[in-house]
Design a protein around this ligand. Structure first.
Ligand SMILES: NC(=O)c1ccc[n+]([C@@H]2O[C@H](COP(=O)([O-])OP(=O)(O)OC[C@H]3O[C@@H](n4cnc5c(N)ncnc54)[C@H](OP(=O)(O)O)[C@@H]3O)[C@@H](O)[C@H]2O)c1
Length: 331
């Protein structure tokens, strides 16, 4: 099997370090590995599969010979450096929001739309974490019954804000004052993720709206979202109301979800079986439960899903994209 020259940009971060874990778990075919982070981390040594690698700073020409570049160093770095990596011949898989809505970039959840790579350029965008775990269960519903409308409410873990978010949760749990979130995250949920826009929604909420439409190929699908940060260390949850085009039976919905790659149905509420964030921690699956009829709309369905936002919501989804492209002979 061919081996690839791989670069990880943002290798010292929460997503970047999980990239390395997932690459190792998947026995990713790596010939040469390059690790990049900010000037602050340059020179730091990171072990990967028994070998040590020195973290480098980004500089012109640094992507020469790189064939796959996994980016997770924020939007500004991706905006500046992803084109340089792509120009030097790498397929870039980017975790920031910088390229997601660019028409030349595919926005991929590999179980849903890997073929979008064929009609787009070499920068592939990894969707927002809450979007990934939401569109995965929506896809079989779309295929079988059609989607008419979607409303999301999220319960997002502090690891979704990277190292700074995790540290603020730990700090406030010890009784120290908050330094990163605008309120004490140990004591309250905060209905504010990313910046507020003129329409009253946050940028995170609009990412969920726009990315859902792009991934599912439904440009006019009515979608709205409320995104909330909760005092949970890791593992996002999303409550989804989906209004379907056609009538459905709940057992058929459970069956369709259970047969979808990447989904586990946990739905026996009388025995306290439903998805909680802890069940998703450390693995790459999306858990779906609390499947029931919405009482306010004809053909309305409610469900609740959880997933590890650093894994399926970021690093694992990106590595799965790369592995699928390799398997299909596209890289
Ligand atoms: N956390 C999540 O659940 C999640 C989910 C999906 C997508 N993402 C996205 O993934 C990206 C990283 O998130 P994270 O949670 O891993 O954040 P993080 O823990 O704060 O890590 C940020 C990484 O970016 C690096 N970096 C910062 N400035 C840099 C520079 N000038 N040049 C090169 N590298 C630089 C940092 O290096 P230093 O250590 O040297 O500062 C670090 O490795 C963001 O775009 C985020 O939106 C995160």
């Amino acid at each position: 099997m061919k081996k690839y020259n791989v670069a990880v940009v943002g290798a010292t971060g929460l997503v970047g370090s999980t990239f390395l874990q997932v690459l190792a778990e998947e026995n990713f075919p790596i010939a040469d590995l390059r690790l990049f982070a900010s000037a602050k981390s340059a020179g730091r040594v990171i072990a990967y599969c028994g070998k040590e690698y020195v973290v480098e700073e980004l500089k012109p020409g640094c992507f020469e010979g790189v064939e796959i570049a996994l980016f997770s160093a924020g939007g500004a770095i991706s905006t500046e450096w992803a084109p340089e990596a792509a120009k030097s011949g790498a397929v870039v898989i980017d975790n920031s929001s910088a390229w997601r809505m660019n028409d030349e970039c595919a926005l991929i959840v590999p179980e849903i739309n890997i073929d979008d790579f064929d009609t787009h350029g070499n920068i592939v965008a990894n969707p927002n974490c809450s979007t990934i775990q939401s569109v995965l269960p929506l896809k079989p519903l779309q295929e079988k019954w059609g989607l008419k409308r979607v409303v999301y409410s999220t319960y997002q873990a502090c690891s979704g804000s990277g190292m700074k978010g995790k540290a603020d949760l730990e700090r406030t749990q010890k009784g120290e004052p908050n330094q990163f979130y605008p309120y004490n995250i140990a004591q309250t949920c905060i209905p504010h993720i990313d910046v507020f826009l003129d329409n009253g929604y946050t940028k995170e909420e609009m990412k969920m709206v726009n990315e859902t439409r792009k991934i599912l190929g439904l440009a006019d699908l009515p979608v709205s979202a409320t995104c909330v940060r909760v005092p949970v260390a890791n593992g996002h949850a999303v409550s989804i109301m989906a209004e379907l085009d056609k009538p459905f039976e709940l057992d058929e919905v459970r069956e369709a979800l259970a047969q979808t790659e990447g989904i586990v149905v946990l739905d026996d509420p009388k025995n306290n079986v439903y998805p909680v964030s802890t069940v998703a921690n450390g693995n790459n699956l999306v858990y779906v439960g609390r499947i029931r009829r919405d009482l306010s709309a004809a053909n309305g369905l409610l469900l609740y899903c959880v997933s590890d936002n650093i894994r399926k919501g970021a690093a694992a989804n990106a590595v799965q994209i790369a592995l699928k492209l390799i398997k299909e002979g596209k890289i």
